[in-house]
Design a protein around this ligand. Structure first.
Ligand code: NAD
Ligand code: DAU
Length: 365
């Protein structure tokens, strides 16, 4: 049994779907269901006994010890966070609360649970008696944004790059990474940290670049490109991020950090052009013009980082992980997914997924 936080969000829900497609190990899904949490992503698991959903906050100091004591997971994977840089600029407080204070409370709950587990030295917990201290893992999912911004010619971020977060979001994630590290060094908590580049794929909330461009294009709206559109991000298909997390959970060395990325650096404007070209092919505009006509350059994001790039050699060398998708295959799948899942998009845009949650999960939360 594993406990996964934030698994009604974009990456977390992909992770749980992939996990249960490959294993029968039960997942306890702890999610607060903020605006970004959408249980409809996990509709296929509604009656699946291997998925136990609990609505709650990672910072809830009463709920967490109860959940851990009741289910005795062998691992906790922490996706829960406020994740959108623009929102962090306009309202940083939720980011401090969840990403820093929430992670702190989560770590405290996990530490006390882990300390209560049998240690190998006690002689208990061997021979299938349940999870022991040495079996347990806490995996913290973090971001490349903690490393700051690169110039065009600087080498990609390695795990030893200095921390230089520039937005309230990245500063809050950096703080959480430091807490995780400290809990390993101070208390010996068996932690692993992953720092990943920009993800894209199914169930991505349409406030982020790629889904926003797809959704706006189809709705005939402007495609807002910040500044000159030459900022560079390093893109990874979400399923590849999920496989990297499974790999680190399985084989990662305790206390280590693993950068995760797909070697896919692209300028934002190029991304928007690629999305437009795919839509031109798969769902041409009725007037025969290109979706590119909808591109609009808008005021830049304050403090906008110019370039991120992940050096993913360590996870490949030490753990044997490599992404499966190229950007070309991943972005085609993604655009097709949004075309095939217009109901999901409409529900998210209208907020109807809240009613769906109340109807289907009210009795279980
Ligand atoms: P998301 O915003 O789509 O989902 C976040 C989920 O966390 C939501 O389901 C939300 O309800 C839940 N949540 C928020 N606050 C909570 C709290 N206090 N307690 C419990 N649940 C809470 O985010 P995402 O894009 O899926 O990102 C998941 C994680 O991966 C984050 O930690 C993020 O920093 C990290 N990450 C994201 C990317 C990316 O490109 N999206 C890249 C690298 C790392
Ligand atoms: O690098 C990993 C990070 O990637 C994650 O840690 C974050 O959780 C995730 O949200 C993402 O952050 P970004 O800020 O890079 O993602 P976003 O999709 O918001 O923006 C991608 C780029 O596109 C960025 O340079 C800003 C730009 N942009 C974004 C939007 C929403 C636009 O030009 N126009 C837009 O409308």
């Amino acid at each position: 049994m594993i406990l996964v936080t934030g698994s009604a969000g974009f990456i977390g829900s992909n992770f749980v779907l992939d996990w249960l497609a490959q294993s029968d190990e039960t997942v306890i899904n702890l999610d607060k269901l903020t605006y970004a949490g959408n249980l409809q992503n996990l509709a296929s698991l509604k009656d699946d006994p291997r998925h136990i959903f609990v609505q709650g906050d990672i910072g809830d100091t009463e709920l967490l010890p109860k959940l851990l004591a009741q289910h005795r997971p062998r691992a906790v994977v922490n996706f829960a966070a406020e994740s959108h840089v623009d929102r962090s600029i306009h309202g940083p407080e939720d980011f401090i609360q969840t990403n820093i204070v929430g992670t702190f409370h989560l770590l405290e709950g996990v530490r006390s649970y882990w300390q209560s587990l049998p240690s190998p030295a006690s002689g208990r917990g061997v021979g299938g008696e349940g999870v022991t201290q040495s079996d347990f893992r806490f995996l913290h999912v973090s971001t490349d944004e903690v490393y700051g911004s690169l110039t065009k010619d600087e080498p990609a971020f390695t795990e030893t790059h200095r921390y230089e977060p520039n937005s309230p979001y990245s500063a809050s994630k950096a703080a959480s990474d430091h807490l995780v590290r400290a809990y390993h060094h101070t208390y010996g908590l068996p932690v692993l940290t992953t720092n990943c580049s920009n993800n894209y794929g199914p169930y991505h909330f349409p406030e982020k670049l790629i889904p926003l461009m797809i959704v706006n294009a189809l709705a005939g709206k402007n495609l807002p490109v910040y500044g000159d559109g030459q900022q560079i991000r390093d893109w990874l298909y979400v399923k590849d991020h999920c496989s990297a997390i499974r790999c680190v959970l399985d084989k990662g060395k305790l206390g280590e950090v693993y950068n995760v990325g797909g070697w896919n650096e692209k300028a934002n404007l190029d991304i928007v052009h690629i999305v437009c070209a795919l839509l031109d092919e798969l769902r041409p505009r009725p007037d025969g013009k290109s979706y590119r006509e909808q591109i609009t350059f808008v005021t830049d994001r304050p403090g906008h980082d110019r370039r991120y790039a992940i050096d993913a050699r360590k996870i490949e060398r030490e753990l044997g992980w490599k992404p499966v998708e190229t950007f070309e295959t991943g972005i085609r799948k993604t655009v097709q997914w949004y075309l095939d899942n217009q109901d999901w998009v409409n529900n998210v845009l209208s907020g109807n997924y809240r009613q769906w949650v109340e109807k289907n999960y009210a009795a279980r939360t």
